[in-house]
Design a protein around this ligand. Structure first.
Ligand SMILES: Cc1cc2nc3c(=O)[nH]c(=O)nc-3n(C[C@H](O)[C@H](O)[C@H](O)COP(=O)(O)OP(=O)(O)OC[C@H]3O[C@@H](n4cnc5c(N)ncnc54)[C@H](O)[C@@H]3O)c2cc1C
Length: 401
């Protein structure tokens, strides 16, 4: 049953003591009704509530005709035509908008970002689709994963020089292909230390436009607005008609009661989710699509297949509460200590461990096949059709009644 024009305004454990939750459902007029449900799957996404940034002088910048908008509101290229556009942010939305503003006839385009980051072109070396290099098992296996034993750690140590050479080779290729030196955009961080969901694709045209001055790059952030200018944290003053804030989205589940928020998210923002889907201390509740990545739709689909079985106690490897808690602690240690880059987006980013995550979900579900075999299987990016076949080999699932 679809309930359109309805927002979940709040939720609470059922007052009648039965399993499940009472949801406060708000219609488009704001009127709220309460309704009981046995199980709740939260699929509210991580990219739908824009982050905000307010700086001193904003009011007078707006009063004198300036415009400030979040990147998600930049839908009409006419916004940029003949105007001075300043884009704040260093990820894919920011570079997409800067390039679009140039193409749409902006008078001046400036991009303001904290520091240069590695960006991956659609075709590495101009030839090979990036998915065939970065999303394959062979590449993923170069990153030590979680919960590995002493033998695996030794193997990683022995092969470290080869892996190191692989990354330096990729960095050299990217520097040459994207002309990062000429653009003064060579990142300080080693590429392998930062591979996660926040490594953006290089918007075609971005670096050439920086190199020839059509896009001016400034490192830092907005400090304040003054008249029709924006003053940067480094003191530079940039004239602006439009400020586009490409600063991302708020992560969170605002309708969950505070006591349960604390069970879900630690003080440092890390999510406590087993397999990035369920928490043993949040009963009758699961999260789909929180396991974000470069192929979030496939992640969400597999999480949904996992969650229905978990909810009905029909996973082949149905975890106990103790196993879930221990696993969550192990994963949090991995993200906080062993691979801090895995802690971005509240630790919910699957990249670069797509296959490791999918293998765990398939094993839990009990599919007979979990991976494409042979050498070829190590060099193919995740493929939704292959996972549909693996799922078809799982024990038949029927919803409990
Ligand atoms: C600019 C941009 C580019 C992206 N590119 C990619 C990409 O190339 N590949 C990729 O895999 N992913 C990409 N993503 C991530 C993308 O968000 C996901 O792939 C996908 O949209 C996630 O789907 P979802 O259904 O989980 O969440 P969403 O698409 O965010 O949907 C969430 C839904 O929940 C609803 N909702 C939220 N709160 C409530 C509430 N309280 N009550 C009722 N309804 C509520 C929202 O209205 C919305 O309909 C991109 C995201 C952005 C912003």
């Amino acid at each position: 049953m679809l309930r359109l024009n309805t927002a979940v305004a709040g939720m609470a454990r059922r007052a009648d003591g039965k399993p499940g939750w009472t949801l406060a459902l708000a219609n488009k007029d704001g009127a709220t009704t309460n309704e009981d449900f046995d199980f709740v799957a939260v699929c509210t996404g991580q990219f739908n509530e824009p982050r905000e940034l307010h700086c001193r002088g904003e009011g007078s910048f707006l009063d004198q005709g300036g415009q400030i908008l979040h990147s998600s509101k930049y839908g009409d290229p006419k916004l940029a035509k003949g105007r001075r556009v300043v884009v704040l942010g260093g990820s894919k939305s920011a570079t997409d908008i800067a390039v679009n503003a140039v193409k749409s006839g902006a008078r001046e385009v400036t991009i303001v970002m904290r520091e240069p980051v590695w960006r991956i072109p659609y075709f590495i070396g101009g030839l090979v689709n990036f998915k065939r290099i970065l999303y394959i098992r062979a590449q993923e296996e170069m990153f030590p994963g979680w919960g590995i034993g002493a033998m695996s750690r030794l193997a990683y140590r022995l092969t470290a020089p080869l892996v190191w050479a692989n990354w330096r080779g990729l960095e050299s290729l990217l520097k040459a292909q994207l002309k990062l030196g000429k653009c003064k955009m060579v990142p300080k961080e080693r590429i392998e230390d930062g591979v996660n969901c926040s490594v953006p694709i290089a918007t075609p045209g971005f670096y050439p436009m920086v190199a020839d001055g059509r896009i001016k790059a400034v490192f830092g952030t907005f400090d304040h607005y003054e008249g029709d200018s924006i003053v940067m944290s480094g003191g530079e003053r940039i004239g602006a008609d439009v400020a586009v804030l490409a600063i991302g989205y708020k992560l969170g589940v605002p309708f969950l009661p505070e006591a349960y928020q604390q069970k879900l998210v630690d003080a440092d923002g890390q999510y406590r989710l087993y397999r990035l889907i369920a928490n043993p201390d949040l009963p009758d509740l699961g999260f789909v699509g929180f396991n974000s990545s470069f192929c979030t739709v496939l992640c969400a689909d597999l999480a949904a297949n996992w969650l229905v079985r978990y909810a009905d106690g029909q996973l082949k490897n149905q975890p106990t509460q103790r196993e879930m808690r221990d696993n969550i602690e192990m994963m949090l240690h991995f993200k906080r200590v062993e691979r801090p880059a895995a802690g971005v987006y509240g630790g919910l980013c699957v990249a670069p461990y797509h296959y490791r995550h999918f293998d765990e979900l398939m094993a839990d579900i009990g599919t007979k096949t979990q991976k494409r075999g042979g050498l070829a299987g190590h060099f193919q990016p995740p493929d939704a059709d292959a996972y549909a076949k693996f799922l078809a080999s799982a024990p038949e699932y029927r919803a409990a009644v």
